[in-house]
Design a protein around this ligand. Sequence first.
Ligand SMILES: *[C@@H]1O[C@H](CO)[C@@H](O)[C@H](O)[C@H]1NC(C)=O
Length: 287
Amino acid sequence: MATSPYAPLSANEDRDEVSAGTKTHAPRRSTLLLILPWLISLFMTLLLVKQAALISIAHDSCSKCIWKEFEISKSTTPKTLNRPKQRRAARRQIPLTTTHVKFTGGLKILDGVGLVREIDSTLPAYVGTPSPELDAAWEDIVQPLNVFVTEKELEGDTVGTSPDPETGLYVAMPQGFHDLHCLNMIRQRLHLDYYSAMARMNRTTLDTHIDHCIDSLRQSLMCTGDMTLIRTYWIDERHRMMANFDNDHMCRDFGALKAWLRARDAEDGSTWRESADRLLGELQVAS
Ligand SMILES: *[C@@H]1O[C@H](CO)[C@@H](O)[C@H](O)[C@H]1NC(C)=O
């Protein structure tokens, strides 16, 4: 028991008191006094454990981490102390890394030509005259949009959603990828001569969708609030400032995000069953 190291001392005291024969004067140490150091150290230990748990949760929103509240696994508040492991499971599946990315496609003013986009021919084109290559480049970043997630990953927040009847899993799309899909739709809307299927759509329905897309992008950009500075420089001949778009950005590891999504593809007719079974298998292992 916790009080055992103190037992000999207490026994000695008793003996001293007996031998002194002055029992009445010697105030006996109360039980509370004896266990007080133990209570204090127990309290301190509990405090340390709680601090450690809080620090580990704070790591989910630390400066080198990329997940914010409501993303993938949403809670970062101390409320998660009850079930921190399962609540943070999905976060741990995607590396918490960011990469430096130099943005491309900036604008330049060329003498005798005017405004041009700087094109890096080693990178896929996402804008310009539509072509099968251009569509393939978009498909590559947008697909899969719908992915399987488990009820655990939704953290029981299943209001307004229901499981896919065939797999029992939930199907969801990450906001950022929905927005990429939206941006691609807006691009296609500008080229209805090429995108004949879209041109055949009910124009009212199509433009409702396009308006939804523009407004979704607006909210996402306002939400993200990227404050990376696009610097400007002075062009003496033109007597004006020009923006320099070739800036370094700290970006999420898009490849890691894609890998996570591809493993959960709920769209591809040839692989969705496989990805659902794998996820269901992982659930069984975890439980
Ligand atoms: C397009 O859909 C709207 C309802 O969303 C309908 O009122 C309209 O008649 C449709 N237009 C055509 C050309 O079918």
